[in-house]
Design a protein around this ligand. Structure first.
Ligand code: ADP
Ligand code: MG
Length: 362
């Protein structure tokens, strides 16, 4: 039985549909991320699970129990808010004690729990301070602490890493994951960042306009994106998107666009029936072999963007502009002729409606 089950849930604000007929099962002790651009409905889903909103349609189950009309305090759920929502006039200790007082625990039990949580998050030296006297990273840990101190079965984290700089995010990700494992909670996190979601999650779901486009383990999003939106969203470098025609030239299957031609004969089992169709080729910059001589697709280097141990080349392949990633050992310069070979098992092919036909379907 899933720990959290949303069944055909719809949530509207006036005429705006924030969550649209959404079904999602999250397993016990799983770390699940809701990934998506701002406004896609991530926070709304967390608020629905927490009981801060009620669905207009559909059902929400927690641990098998229908909770549509169960108030937040009776749901065994704790939420860390995007705004952090710390009480400015209270000390860190009082901020952490606040959710526990509502549970009618003894002062002694409250003190023990706060001590344990503060040690876990390394904020035990901050307990007497007020939020204004904390750094951004410390405030983030206190807000996380306020959600953890309840020891609820379900932990909801709304953009928990949003206030941290790039380096702190790396530490915080590791820390959150470790704590979630140790406390054996079911965690649901919202984030716009594919890196945050992919590094921390057992599974994740990509949202757009209140709908889930794909739910899978992170790796599957890169290997088999379901459509062009998903492929673009999860690609850390800009995805090369090339509208093509599939041609049969003397038994050879070619995806062509202007002077660009990619031989896809090896994929004939999937493509043979689509000769003549308009298809969309998706190529990540990192899945292209670059050579100094044929064979391959002839191209010219337009510009080089150094990225440390790697360079991004902007190239022109038969009139098509593309980005490819190469090791910085190769010292290309603008005007160089190169030959490229996209790795056929790593490219994506979409139909005209932008739905994946390869490799998603295999
Ligand atoms: P996300 O967390 O993915 O950024 P939200 O769940 O916050 O998205 O919002 C989804 C959509 O619902 C957005 O278009 C947002 O403007 C709208 N929305 C959210 N909360 C409210 C509200 N209280 N009143 C009106 N519209 C809202
Ligand atoms: Mg949000």
């Amino acid at each position: 039985m899933p720990e959290v089950y949303l069944e055909n849930v719809t949530k509207r604000y006036g005429r705006h549909v924030a969550v649209k007929n959404l079904t999602l099962k999250i397993n016990d002790k799983e770390f699940f991320s809701l990934l998506g651009p701002p406004g896609s409905g991530k926070s709304t889903i967390l608020r629905l699970i927490a009981g801060l909103e009620t669905p207009d349609e559909g059902n929400i189950y927690i641990d098998g129990r229908l909770v549509n009309n169960v108030p937040p305090l009776e749901r065994d759920v704790a939420m860390m808010f995007e705004t952090l929502a710390l009480y400015p006039h209270m000390t860190v200790y009082e901020n952490l004690a606040f959710p526990l007082r509502k549970l009618n625990l003894s002062e002694e039990e409250i003190r023990d729990r706060i001590k344990e949580t503060a040690e876990l998050l390394r904020i035990d030296h901050l307990l007497d301070r007020r939020p204004a006297q904390l750094s951004g990273g410390e405030r983030q840990r206190v807000a996380l602490g306020r959600a953890l101190v309840k020891r609820s079965k379900i932990l909801l984290l709304d953009e928990p890493l949003g206030h941290l700089d790039a380096k702190l995010r790396v530490y915080a990700r590791v820390e959150i994951k470790k704590i979630q494992r140790r406390l054996e909670q079911t965690a649901i996190m919202s984030t716009f960042s594919i890196t945050d979601a992919a590094t921390i999650s057992d599974r994740m779901g990509l949202m757009s306009r209140g709908e889930l486009l794909q739910v899978d383990e992170p790796q599957v999003f890169f290997e088999k994106p379901r459509n062009l939106f998903v492929a673009r969203y999860v690609s850390s470098l800009p995805l090369n998107v090339i509208p093509c025609i599939l041609e049969d030239r003397g038994g050879k299957l070619l995806l062509t666009s202007q002077g660009f031609e990619l031989d896809v004969s090896r994929l004939s089992a999937i493509l043979a029936e689509r000769v003549g169709e308009k298809l969309i080729l998706g190529i990540r910059p990192s899945v292209v072999e670059v050579r100094n001589a044929p064979p391959g697709i002839e191209a010219v280097v337009d510009a080089i963007e150094p990225m440390g141990s790697e360079n991004i080349l902007k190239i022109n392949a038969g009139g098509i502009g593309m980005f490819v990633k190469v090791s910085a050992i190769h010292r290309y310069k603008s005007g160089d002729k190169i030959w490229i070979q996209p790795m056929l098992d790593k490219i994506y092919i979409f139909d005209e409606r932008e739905e994946a036909i390869y490799p998603y379907s295999i």
